[in-house]
Ligand binder design. Structure first.
Ligand code: GLN
Length: 502
């Protein structure tokens, strides 16, 4: 059975459509893999075994009746557990939503189901998507399938681990400051954060609403194109959704880009970068040049990374992000008060304020509380101008730098994260160290730009190295074609499945 879980989503979809595989056999193979490996990986909060089998049977029946089925018919997909489904629970890996059953499904869940995807389950995340290692989850500790003593990254760590361990053919993540790309990078898979507004946020539990995007985590760029095509597009239920046509990302994918101009942001290749990651990226740039691309140095001054005398890193982008994201989170998370939504304290309460306060104190974890307090502080009168307003100005400067850089190149290449997967527990005592894991990903969210992390090889100790391709607004098609050119030449497609399943 394990051969089936080694297939990419594209291979699975075409084998099912051609009658070479049944959707039921595919679902069974994934459920068997989950049974075998999930105790070691802990990627899922909930697995919909019966529902997945029912769906698979319906797809097989439709195919046997000669009906036309969707482009994802029978492909097992996992959803990050902050994407609402009107079946199962949507917990955000938080105690406060431990028993939340959403009355409706997110737009992406509807679109995936309409395309024929089989929803396998809901994956673990840092509570409310706040974190970079999935260790802030209140439900379980997800492990990196390449080395189970290490983190899978976060916050979409469950989705990235599931795809890389062959426990789902593809998965959905959400990315507010790096949460699709960073775990994809640390787990050796492909993760794409679309342009802000490209994919509807309807039914995504809000964290930082001006930053959040849903996107695919997959085995290769072709799967990423297949999934993005299925979930992208305008949705009137999300007022920030872009009214832009969805290109056929998959049809264009195999056409190599001619005269691709790559920009290398000089601020991202300083002292802060691990030497193995630097050399993997240098090699990748060499590969692109051999395929006819040219490389130019560009500058992103407001995203620069400073290294202090003790080696400590700092960046305007990280500082700016932790003001904007926490401000928005403090407002979005106000709804979990034990009355409208979520856990209500069982203890005696004096009045309604006491009920709110006890419910929230019991329901939220430490990191979420830290963010709510920070966000409330930066928005409070007297501090708003000094922090929030200043951050909004810095955000604009960060975006302007990208606009300037794209005058001389089509796409940027940069690291996804400063190191490969770190050890479980290594950064939990120091929130700033954890925040710095997103030093290369965060500025894209502030600027609303698309970015994809693809595998660029392995470190000497056998851990995946992620590389980021970044483009202007709505350049997902270009990024995926550039990703495809690289993965076909370097042989870094579908790395993980083979390792775990062999
Ligand atoms: N690590 C960042 C944070 O904790 C980004 C998380 C995300 O993209 N959801 O906020």
């Amino acid at each position: 059975m394990s051969g089936i879980t080694n297939l990419t989503a594209c291979e699975t979809a075409s084998a099912i459509a051609a009658g070479k595989l049944s959707a039921v056999d595919v679902a069974k193979a994934y459920l068997a893999a989950i049974e075998r490996l999930e105790p070691a990986i802990c990627a899922y909060n909930e697995v919909f075994a019966d529902r997945a089998m029912d769906q698979a049977r319906q797809i097989d029946a439709a195919i046997s009746r000669g009906e036309s089925v969707g482009p994802l018919a029978g492909v097992p997909v996992a959803l990050k557990d902050n994407i609402c489904t009107d079946f199962g629970r949507t917990t955000c890996s938080s105690k406060i939503l431990a028993n939340f059953h959403s009355p409706y499904s997110a737009c992406v869940a509807e679109k995936l189901l309409a395309a024929g995807a089989v929803i396998l389950g809901k994956t673990n995340l840092d509570e409310f998507a706040m974190g970079s290692s999935t260790e802030n989850s209140a439900t379980r500790t997800t492990r990196n399938p390449w080395d189970t003593s290490r983190v899978p990254g976060g916050s979409s760590g469950g989705s990235a681990a599931a795809v890389s361990a062959g426990l789902a053919a593809a998965a959905m993540g959400s990315d507010t400051g790096g949460s699709i790309r960073q775990p994809a990078g640390l787990c050796g898979v492909v993760g794409l954060k679309p342009t802000y507004g490209r994919v509807s946020r309807y039914g995504l539990v809000a964290y930082g609403s001006s930053l959040d995007q849903i996107g695919p985590i997959t085995r290769d760029a072709a799967d990423c194109a297949l999934l993005l095509r299925a979930i992208a597009g305008h949705d009137s239920r999300d007022s920030t959704s872009l009214p832009a046509d969805v290109p056929d990302y998959l049809a264009e994918l195999e056409t190599p880009l001619k005269n691709l101009r790559i920009g290398l942001p000089k601020e991202f290749f300083g002292q802060a970068l691990d030497s193995e990651i630097r050399s993997a990226i240098d090699k990748a740039v060499g590969t692109y040049k051999s395929l006819g691309a040219t490389a130019v140095e560009v500058s992103l001054p407001h995203s620069r990374i400073d290294v202090g005398p003790g080696g400590q890193l700092s960046s305007y982008a990280v500082a700016c992000y932790y003001i904007v994201a926490t401000a928005e989170a403090s407002s979005n998370l106000a709804r979990y008060d034990g009355a409208h939504y979520g856990h209500r304290t069982a203890g005696p309460v004096k009045d309604i304020i006491d009920m709110y306060s006890k419910s929230r104190a019991e329901g939220f974890g430490d990191e979420v509380k830290r963010r709510i307090m920070l966000g409330t502080y930066v928005l409070s009168s007297g501090y708003y101008d000094a922090y929030y307003l200043k951050a909004m100005k810095v955000r604009r400067l960060i975006k302007n730098d990208f606009d300037e850089a794209f005058k001389s190149c089509d796409a940027l290449i940069c690291p996804t994260s400063p190191t490969t997967a770190f050890k479980l527990g290594e950064k939990t005592a120091d929130p700033i160290q954890m925040y710095l894991a997103d030093i290369y990903t965060i500025s894209l969210n502030l600027a609303g730009l698309p970015g994809v992390s693809i595998p660029a090889g392995l470190s000497a100790s056998g851990l995946p190295i992620g590389m980021q391709l970044v483009g202007p607004v709505l350049s997902e098609g270009t990024l995926l074609r550039a990703a495809r050119m690289f993965e076909k030449t370097s042989g870094t497609c579908n790395l993980m499945a083979k390792m775990v399943q062999s």
